[in-house]
Design a protein around this ligand. Structure first.
Ligand code: ASP
Length: 346
């Protein structure tokens, strides 16, 4: 009788404790699928549905990891895998083409608990660049590996390789052909660092079509991770590397402040050290996540002509998704389990 009561009290205490613990440790996840000229009037409803469904699938994949008590790193990787494997986004399958008609992929991941990071650039045969970035972080003494060397490392570690043709999609190929055509027509001026990448036409519409993917997650242990994966910018020159694999440029995470994943014209994001800037404003100026992210995206970048946006979350699970373009594929599941998906400015 007595033991029964003790048992019931003990069970009650354990339940109450777990409930409290669960409340103390919020989980949240935010993703993007690229920013750019994304206008409602140009978007066929079927296409919009596909984007929304894929963003939802990616969010659910990452959130499931967090809900089961998994790490933010695993959640980031899981969400990004879904988008890398989808031809809708400019990452993994569906990556944009370089000026040579090839695909060269960049990715990075960062662990906000340890400040460890892994990055890869210029990959041609790796199905999931985000996983290789993680392997660089966890299985090598380095932070960044590029090109043939990175692929050699991947081979030694037993990573899945694909034929370069795997990344090709009809839509990206046609987009690239149009850019090539325009390039021929315009007597090309030598490109300056502060000029838009080729592909932007006068009306500001771009065939450059962003589509980079990224994810930031907060796990039940209060650890933040951020990851980003991309094919870069369309028609980029041989060997060009964007902001995505530059730690502090397009990707950053620090449990003390926030996790950030960026999308936009990488050259501007590198020169503004965007992702670290948001974190530094929080750390040194005591700014809120919202103020810091808005200052960098809507003021600093805009003044430089840098187009794009970012997703970020802090240790409390506050989420921001500012962008200075007409649209950004994006979504989150917040600390209350509420899901939101957006595409346009709205
Ligand atoms: N930031 C990427 C890069 O410059 C492109 C993008 O986000 O669309 O490589």
């Amino acid at each position: 009788m007595m033991t029964g009561r003790i048992l019931r009290v003990a069970i009650f205490a354990v339940c109450a404790f777990s409930l409290l613990a669960a409340q103390d440790n919020p989980i949240a996840i935010v993703i993007h699928g690229g920013a750019g000229t994304i206008l409602r009037e140009n978007m066929p409803p079927e296409r919009e549905k596909e984007y929304r469904a894929k963003l939802e699938e990616a969010l659910n994949a990452g959130y499931a990891v967090l809900k089961q008590g998994g790490t933010s790193l695993d959640a980031v990787e899981a969400a990004i895998h879904i988008m890398e494997d989808s031809p809708l986004f400019n990452a993994g399958k569906g990556a944009v083409f370089t000026s040579e008609g090839t695909n060269e992929l960049d990715a990075a991941i960062m662990d906000g608990a340890t400040l460890n990071a892994g990055a890869v650039a210029g990959l041609k045969r790796i199905k999931s660049p985000i996983t290789l970035a993680r392997w660089v972080m966890e299985k090598s003494p380095h932070v960044m590996m590029i090109g043939d060397g990175a692929e050699q490392f991947a081979k030694e570690q037993g990573m899945e390789f694909v034929d370069p043709s795997y990344f090709k999609t009809e839509q990206r190929w046609n987009q690239w052909m149009r850019m090539k055509e325009r390039e021929k027509q315009q007597q090309s001026q030598p490109a300056k660092q502060d000029s838009k990448p080729q592909g932007f036409n006068d009306a500001g519409m771009d065939d450059h079509k962003f589509g980079t993917v990224g994810c930031v997650a907060l796990d039940k242990n209060g650890n933040i991770a951020a990851g980003t994966s991309t094919g870069g910018t369309s028609n980029k020159k041989y060997g060009r590397v964007g902001d995505v694999p530059i730690i502090g440029g397009g990707t950053y995470a620090n449990n003390k402040t926030c996790g950030v994943s960026c999308t936009g014209t990488g050259e501007y994001f590198i020169r503004s050290v965007v992702a670290h800037d948001v974190s530094a404003l929080m750390e040194y100026e005591g700014m809120s996540l919202k103020d810091a992210a808005n200052l960098v995206v809507m003021d600093k970048l805009v003044k430089m002509n840098g187009d794009g946006g970012l997703i970020a979350l802090d240790a409390k699970g506050n989420i921001v998704m500012p962008f200075n373009t007409s649209g950004m594929y994006r979504g989150y599941i917040d600390v209350n389990g509420k899901m939101e998906i957006g595409i346009y400015k709205e």
